[in-house]
Write a protein that binds this ligand. Structure first.
Ligand SMILES: Cc1cc2nc3c(=O)[nH]c(=O)nc-3n(C[C@H](O)[C@H](O)[C@H](O)COP(=O)(O)OP(=O)(O)OC[C@H]3O[C@@H](n4cnc5c(N)ncnc54)[C@H](O)[C@@H]3O)c2cc1C
Length: 381
């Protein structure tokens, strides 16, 4: 038996593990890759059990846990059942712009039901001509009396056909083009909206990403989130927390494959001894274990800083970049050291690899995160 580093502990760990078992999440994670669909039943059950509002304020139906604890719980959830349910648990976090800036009516009608797992709210920022450079979005929201009229196209978005509503970012034409981006809560059944899921992705297929087109969509002005022209500031602040928490998820997924690989190479005999006796196998696994621990500590420190209200934008960008890279390398070794079965769908490593691979693109591509860190290091902009 190998000596593994201890897992993070938490007073809610046992309760969470019971839920994972009862909802059969590890098996569902695998099944959703083969038959991609939004896991509505599990979403509801997770809401009922309180797993969707880990960080959400108690007053809004959440558990209001400090960020380092949320990171640990997401790590454990991801270790047990892949990215899917850990990301679902983060969905209210991905919508915290609504919780923090939305009117009481909007929060009551959409955010609270999201935390209960009753209504799915997505995020729509990316457009065909603006992804990494999100400040360049073109979608328009023209003010017309007590309404806005939305025209434009959102692309690459998760839950394209599934979400009941989405936080949509659009430009309200104004005096200062740098201050036009505004957030709206848009119910997805309004006239003028056309939605289409795209072809299956490499991983995270349950998200069923796709395109949403808006043509003369009339939205009551009360569906605006926060102030006109402040949408980009809101989403930028939200991304800082998201990135650090996503880092914890990717590390949790990689930890699962690492543990399984450490056990496998001890059992598997080749060339007269266990694979673990081959330095070419053992050394990369030792390195992966150390780096998972080291990056995990960095992620925890980042979450602590965020929890104290400190500026940790650079730290969270670096945390996601490092966690994604270390996780992918660990998962690649897991595939490699399981040999032919590692490459096949019989074992979970290839699915985990495909799912975590999205981490180099979504919520800020790695290069963009490094560019952000470089700008801040040398005080450029
Ligand atoms: C699984 C998944 C889920 C997603 N969910 C959503 C969602 O729910 N809502 C939503 O709005 N969007 C979503 N996206 C879209 C995602 O946010 C964008 O794909 C991402 O921002 C990159 O934008 P882009 O695809 O237009 O790539 P581009 O902006 O065209 O960039 C392409 C590549 O160029 C490189 N690059 C870009 N800028 C720079 C730079 N400054 N320096 C160096 N290299 C650079 C990077 O490698 C980047 O990946 C999702 C994406 C994925 C993969």
């Amino acid at each position: 038996m190998a000596h593994l580093p201890a897992l993070p502990d938490d007073p809610l760990r046992e309760e969470m593990e019971t839920s994972i078992e009862r909802l059969d999440l590890a098996r569902r994670y695998r099944a959703l890759d083969r038959a991609p669909a939004f896991p509505r039943t599990e979403f509801r059950a997770m809401g009922e059990a309180g797993w969707l509002g880990l960080r959400t304020a108690r007053g809004l139906g959440g558990r209001e846990l400090p960020l380092p604890r949320v990171g640990n719980l997401l790590f454990l959830l991801a270790r047990s059942s892949g990215t899917t349910f850990a990301k679902l648990a983060l969905q209210p976090e991905f919508c915290s712009v609504l919780a923090e800036q939305g009117s009481e009516e909007l929060v009551g009608a959409w955010f609270r039901p999201l935390v209960r797992g009753e209504r799915l709210v997505g995020n729509q920022l990316t457009e065909p001509s603006a992804g990494s450079d999100a400040a360049a979005i073109a979608m328009r929201a023209r003010r017309l009396g007590d309404a806005y009229v939305l025209d434009g196209e959102k692309s690459e978005v998760a839950f394209a056909e599934e979400a009941e509503a989405a936080i949509v970012y659009a430009r309200v034409p104004g005096a200062d083009p740098k201050r036009e981006i505004t957030a709206f809560l848009v119910p997805q059944d309004l006239p003028g909206i056309t939605r289409a899921a795209g072809p299956p992705d490499l991983g995270e297929r349950w998200m069923r990403r796709g395109t949403v087109r808006y043509s003369g969509v009339r939205l009551p002005a009360s569906y605006r989130i926060g102030a006109e022209g402040h949408g980009f500031d809101y989403v930028r602040r939200e991304l800082v927390r998201e990135r650090a928490l996503l880092a914890a998820i990717y590390l949790g997924v990689a930890r699962a494959s690492w543990e399984e690989t450490v056990a496998h190479v001890e059992r598997r005999v080749a060339f007269g001894g266990p694979l673990s006796a081959q330095e070419a196998v053992a050394f990369p696994l030792v390195g992966d274990g150390g780096r998972l621990e080291a990056v995990g500590l960095y992620v925890q420190r980042t979450l602590e800083r965020l929890d104290r209200g400190e500026d940790a934008e650079t730290d969270s960008a670096i945390a996601k970049w490092m966690a994604t890279d270390v996780a992918l390398e660990t998962l690649d070794h897991a595939i490699q050291f399981h040999g032919g079965r590692g490459y096949s769908g019989e074992l979970p490593h290839e699915q985990r690899y495909r799912d975590v691979r999205s981490g180099r693109i979504a919520h800020g591509p790695s290069e963009v995160l490094l560019a952000l860190a470089a700008r801040r290091l040398w005080h450029r902009g």
